[in-house]
Design a protein around this ligand. Structure first.
Ligand SMILES: N[C@@H](CCC(=O)N[C@@H](CS)C(=O)NCC(=O)O)C(=O)O
Length: 324
């Protein structure tokens, strides 16, 4: 397959869809499920294509790791640099060993699945190595698949249901305010192209963080009535892990840091991150994450200089303190 394609420019301008300078994320296009007739459940048949920095990718790796699916669903990481030609393989990421194309760019794999594909080229991607097809590129659905369809192959926490039927409506409700105000909220601050768009996103973000701080003063986990971690906690965690080290400066989310302004959120973040003896720490690469954000978003950070701070000694792994 040729490397040339209409997908040339990494430009979040493409997602600023209105005169108000607001960032609007586009919807994912591949929405099939493993467990269907076309995509039967099988070990080491499906692979994930992920970027270290991406919080939507990180959710999928958190669930994969918590469920002990590392060998069942192998991962291929793209390079940290998102340039004019989109995500690419190699350099500080992995080579493409799954598509049979030895692809240089992720777009080749999208076009392999659908030669007429015209949408955005995003990670995460759940890929069928046997049929050489993308199954799904929507993280919220990929984590549900791992909790449901892949659970029979789980080697850890098989009895942990991250979306239990009795909590579903509560989980849905939490996702509905966490996603636009926090997960995507930091991007709306960072990618805003007008002062007012930035200010609206900023106020919504910190108002929501204030509410979250309050909720976590009396609840161990974010979903009311949950006695264990649920998908809502794992969807929130990637944004919290990146907050003080990236979003505070790079996306101008700088009213308060988690470490100094939100003790309940900060300690909750550590508690969830340290679940299961700290196994989730293998899913997070701080250096690669910083390199991606500060190095790729040249409209925000013109020279691509990656800051050396803040000092994160003990930031993630010291004991958490929660009076619950
Ligand atoms: N709805 C998607 C969003 C994924 C997404 O936006 N990924 C970003 C990385 S954080 C991406 O690949 N962007 C590529 C681009 O902007 O060109 C999901 O949650 O899976």
């Amino acid at each position: 397959m040729s490397n040339t394609s209409p997908h040339k420019i990494y430009d979040f301008n493409a997602e600023v869809k209105n005169d108000h300078g607001k960032f609007v994320r586009t919807a994912s296009k591949f929405r099939e499920f493993v467990g269907s007739e076309q995509f039967p459940l099988e070990s080491d048949r499906y692979a994930l294509i992920l970027a270290y920095a991406c919080p939507w990718c990180h959710r999928t790796d958190l669930v994969r790791t918590l469920k002990g699916l590392e060998k069942i669903i192998p991962v291929v990481f793209v390079d940290n640099f998102l340039g004019e030609e989109g995500w690419r393989f190699g350099h500080e990421g992995d080579q493409d060993t799954i598509s049979g194309l030895d692809a240089k760019f992720l777009r080749e794999i999208y076009l392999q699945s659908n030669p007429n594909y015209e949408g955005k080229i995003t990670v995460p991607v759940l890929y069928d190595k046997k049929q050489h097809l993308i199954v799904n590129n929507e993280s919220s659905e990929i984590i549900r698949m791992m909790n449901d369809q892949f659970n029979s192959l789980a080697t850890r926490n098989q009895s942990l249901d991250l979306y239990p039927s009795e909590l579903r409506s509560e989980i849905d409700k939490v996702n509905e305010w966490v996603y636009p105000n926090i997960n995507d909220g930091v991007y709306k601050c960072g990618f805003a192209q007008k002062q007012q768009a930035y200010e609206e996103a900023f106020h919504a973000l910190f108002k929501t963080l204030d509410e979250l701080e309050n909720i976590l003063s009396s609840q161990r986990f974010i979903v009311k009535g949950s006695k264990h971690v649920t998908e809502a906690d794992l969807r929130l965690l990637p944004t919290l892990l990146r907050f003080d080290i990236v979003y505070y400066t790079h996306f101008k989310c700088n009213l308060k840091s988690l470490r100094h302004g939100y003790p309940n959120i900060y300690n909750y973040m550590k508690e969830v991150y340290q679940l299961d003896g700290g196994i989730l720490s293998q899913t997070f690469n701080v250096d690669q994450t910083k390199k991606h954000y500060f190095g790729s978003h040249r409209r925000i950070n013109g020279f691509g200089i990656v800051p050396l701070g803040p000092d994160i000694t003990g930031y993630y792994d010291t004991p958490f303190h929660r009076n619950l």
